[in-house]
Every structure is written in C-alpha cells, then in structure tokens.
Ligand binder design. Sequence first.
Ligand code: SAM
Length: 291
Amino acid sequence: MNGQEEKTLHPQIASRQVTQHILKAFGLHASKRLGQNFLIDAGIVRGIVEAAAVEPGDKVLEIGPGIGTLTQALAEAEAEVTAVELDKKLPAVLAETLKGYANVRIVPGDILKTDIPALMGEGAFKVVANLPYYITTPILMALLEQHLPITHLVTMVQKEVAERMVARPGNKTYGALSVAVQYYTEPAIVLDVPPRSFIPAPEVDSVVIACKVRPQPAVAVQDEKLFFRVARAAFGQRRKTLANALKGGGFPKEQVQGAMERANLDPARRGETLSLQEFACLADAFSALQG
Ligand code: SAM
C-alpha cells in the first residue's frame, strides 16, 4: 500500500473493480442521455488534479461528480469541493462513497440552471470536471461568458472539441469556439485519454484540457457581444469571403465594406484566417460605424 492509499478514507474509486462494485451495489446503469462515462484510471484522475494545481483550501467547483471518482481525489488534495450533479439518483450514492469527507458539498441540480456566483460565494475558484459530452460547449461558454472569478478550468472533453478549443487561425478546426476560449483563457491539451479509461467506454477519444483563465481577455474590445457576433458570422459560412459571410450573418452591406476598410482587412479574406486581434479591430470598426 502506498502513502496515498493509506490516507484515503475509502477505497480509491478510480479503478475498474471498485467502480463496478459501486454500480452493482447501488443498482446503477450509466445513463447515455446524461453523458455518463465513469473514470476508472487513477493515473488520469491524478493528472487532472495536478493540471489544476489544486492546493489545500482551494475552492473547486466540480460539474457532474458521478459516483465521486474525481471528487474523492479533490477531497484528498484537501480542496473545498462543491459538486453539482443532475442525476437525482446520485446524491444518495455520493453520500456513501464520499462519507467522512467534510470538505465535499454535493448540490443536486443542472449546472446550466445553477446560480454559480450564489453557489460559490466570494473569491476565486477552480473548475475541475469530467464533463458530460452532450453539453460540453454550452457549459464552457456559460462559465466563460459570466466573467466568474475562475482561475483554472481543467476538464475532460472529447478530443475533437479540445482540438477546436486550441486551434489557431487558418487551421480547419479554428472556429467560434476557438475564438471564445482563447479570448478568455490560455488552453493547453495536457493528457490523452483512451476510451478504456472509462466505464462504459465512450465511442470517441478524450483528452484533458487545462485552460488558465486570463486576468484580462486576450484582446481589448469596445463591445464584447458585438465581437462574438462578428466571429460567429465570419465562421457561419466557411466557403464564403469574410465580406459575404458578414452580410449573410445580418450585417448591412454598407457597414461591412466600411468596417473592413477601417480595420484594414482585404474583403477577399476568409473568416477562418482572422486572428483574435483582427476580429477585435473589425468589431471595433463596426462599433465606430454604428456610433
Ligand atoms: N465525474 C465522474 C467521473 O469522472 O467518473 C462522472 C463524469 S460523467 C462523464 C458526467 C457526469 O455529469 C454524470 O454524472 C452526469 O450525470 C452529470 N451531468 C450530466 N448533465 C449534467 C448537468 N446539466 N449538470 C450537472 N451534472 C450533469
């Protein structure tokens, strides 16, 4: 037995055997609808906690604790954990699997309907999660757009989504999600996670992505909403020139021409080649024209 296992109040949940035992004991079946794939690899769980640089006393929000695999590791790292779980069956299970950890608070509910500032109170916090894949993007966008005092956002996501999050201009996966994530954070893929690390095994490859939230967004813009509207329109019609994509996205023709001139952008450019700085210039040019 190593030192870490001796300290653990309960057997480490992050193993095939213990996870299967818990699922059987509580008569649970992983719900596809709720995106339930339970982690069983202790090395990956440790990697997630390390990537979030969790220190004793850190406030951590976990989304979707499942049967408590990652929650247990966060509790062992002496974080103050708040875990929001949508599946109504799981809080009773977690009360057993995490019994004795005084630093864990389980909150039943939907993270997309949760008042996070009220839940987390004053001060900075970290978000650590193995996200349900069916709503990864809405969750990430909701967390980022609210300008919450999050310092690190470390999550398991589908590999293809992570590639979009870190993609640079000109890359075929560069899109509105890349612009949003890179505007608010510095994202980096830190671990590759094969399907066999979960029960049940998902049909896709996964990775752990660590996003360090920037103290200030990557570029200064006059109107954040307009900046994102411009980016969404630019990526909306990929085979078109930027000028045509913006018109297709609802920007009036005269304004498009004026804004592109003002931002010094060649009308023949395609939206997917613009850097964050160029999107910011373009959005500010629209702001100036709209008065
Ligand atoms: N953290 C556990 C693990 O690593 O084994 C479970 C991860 S599983 C991929 C995703 C979890 O998110 C499930 O427990 C699921 O019930 C929960 N979930 C799904 N949608 C949710 C939502 N909208 N709000 C909160 N939790 C949700």
